[in-house]
Design a binder for this molecule. Structure first.
Ligand SMILES: *Cc1c(COP(=O)(O)O)cnc(C)c1O
Length: 404
């Protein structure tokens, strides 16, 4: 094997996220390459079995990414034009795009509050109409949404629940894995998630019929796989639906198995670092909102969000953090404000989502971060906030005039 592994030059003193890839992933990939079977087969089956065991789901199907998982969920539940699907706006756009792939209408609902950015059960309830078919829940930042309340609401109205678990592999609520509360769970293994295969995802369900449908739609609607034919299990196939090619491959499944084995320890490490943030931030930066002060269930701590004081200039705050070598991000620009969704579905007002959309900043959080790094970030937050609030208090009339 070539020894040259030229690393990308570090641009940041503390990046937003970092992946943990080592000799075990390298060995797993090499093993697949040497066995010379690359498309979905034995390694994928083993990855799926491992994932089912971790979550307690009856079925786990590996797919090419979480967006495909969400699309398959909507197809398997037979969403179509005229159907309304309640979904948060404070999420990655894929959650809503996947609803649109089926022709159904996303109905955006607000979040719970400034300490919990997941779907508000009350606001979701207020948006139910005779056309509502399902609720899509996102476990923001790896913290459980209020699943008992959401399941009870869905039960009262005969709605399906789909969980976008992109942030929360390994997280639990009342001892039950997130992704196994609703009818279908959709996981992401994108490169900045808690476990990664580069691109990749998993769809979980306890329902045998849904699993069969998901399996068909993942692979062209065909009744047998190349792998089955290779093994002499099948000579031909039928096509029973216009399915997709949403399969993963053996190389990524091999990486996924190693990453999955590391997940529990990695999440534990994230929780400890997040606790340190929650301990240090309120004293260092009074006025800063530090949501999820207590987490519902066992979080996977995918993100560490903070809320800047009302009126603080976020662009400037993030520039001050950058000047100190700290990468930050925003989770999320609300979906209902994007041009496509605004034009197609109107400019709904979601006050709490908009408040978080304007004031939220995400701080670095990943397993390889050290407690000393967290202290560096917290000190930078205190300085950046002080500078930002100081600049804000200056008269800006003259500057505005110049800029025009
Ligand atoms: C990353 C992400 C997705 C999309 O996952 P992909 O695997 O990149 O398709 C969907 N929803 C949320 C909340 C995400 O963070």
């Amino acid at each position: 094997m070539a020894e040259s592994t030229e690393q990308t030059k570090p641009v940041w003193r503390v990046p937003l996220a970092d992946i943990d890839l080592g000799p075990e992933e390298e060995a797993a990939v090499l093993d697949v390459l040497r066995r010379r079977w690359l498309s979905m087969g034995e390694v994928t089956a083993a990855f799926e079995a491992d994932f089912a065991a971790l979550t307690g789901a009856r079925h786990a199907l590996a797919v090419t990414n979480c967006t495909a998982a969400l699309h398959l969920a909507g197809l398997a539940l037979e969403w179509g034009p005229g159907d309304e699907i309640i979904v948060p706006s404070l999420t990655f756009v894929a959650t809503a795009n996947a609803i649109r792939y089926t022709g159904a209408t996303p109905v955006f609902a607000d979040i719970t509050g400034d300490n919990d950015f997941s779907l508000s059960v009350e606001d979701a309830a207020a948006r139910i109409t005779p056309r509502t078919r399902a609720i899509v829940v996102v476990h923001y930042g790896g913290h459980a949404a209020d699943m008992p309340a959401i399941m009870s609401l869905a039960g009262q109205h005969g709605l399906d629940v789909v969980e976008d678990v992109a942030h929360a592999p390994g997280a639990t609520l009342d001892g039950r894995a997130l992704g196994t509360w609703g009818r279908i769970g959709c996981f992401s293994f994108f490169a900045n998630k808690n476990m990664t295969t580069g691109e990749g995802g998993m769809v979980t369900t306890d329902d045998d019929q849904l699993a069969a449908r998901l399996r068909l739609l993942r692979s062209h609607g065909m009744t047998s796989l190349t792998w089955d034919r290779h093994k002499g299990h099948a000579w031909s196939y039928d096509v029973v639906a216009p399915g997709y090619n949403y399969r993963i491959d053996e190389i990524r499944a091999a990486v996924g198995r190693v990453q999955l084995a590391k997940l529990a320890a990695a999440n534990e490490r994230r929780r400890a670092l997040d606790a340190l943030y929650r301990k240090l931030l309120p004293a260092a930066a009074p006025g800063l909102g530090v949501p999820y002060d207590v987490s519902r269930g066992l979080s996977s701590c995918h993100l560490r969000p903070v809320l800047l004081p009302e009126g603080a200039n976020r662009t400037q705050f993030m520039a001050e953090m950058k000047a100190r070598g700290i990468q930050t991000s925003i989770h999320y620009p609300p979906i209902h404000h994007f041009s496509y969704y605004r034009q197609a579905f109107g400019g709904e007002s979601l006050p709490l989502t908009e408040m978080v959309g304007e004031r939220e900043v995400t701080l670095p959080l990943y397993p390889a971060l050290t407690p000393a790094d967290v202290e560096i970030v917290v000190a930078a937050v205190a300085e950046a906030l002080a500078v930002t609030l100081d600049e804000d208090s200056r008269p800006t009339v003259g500057l505005t005039a110049l800029a025009v």
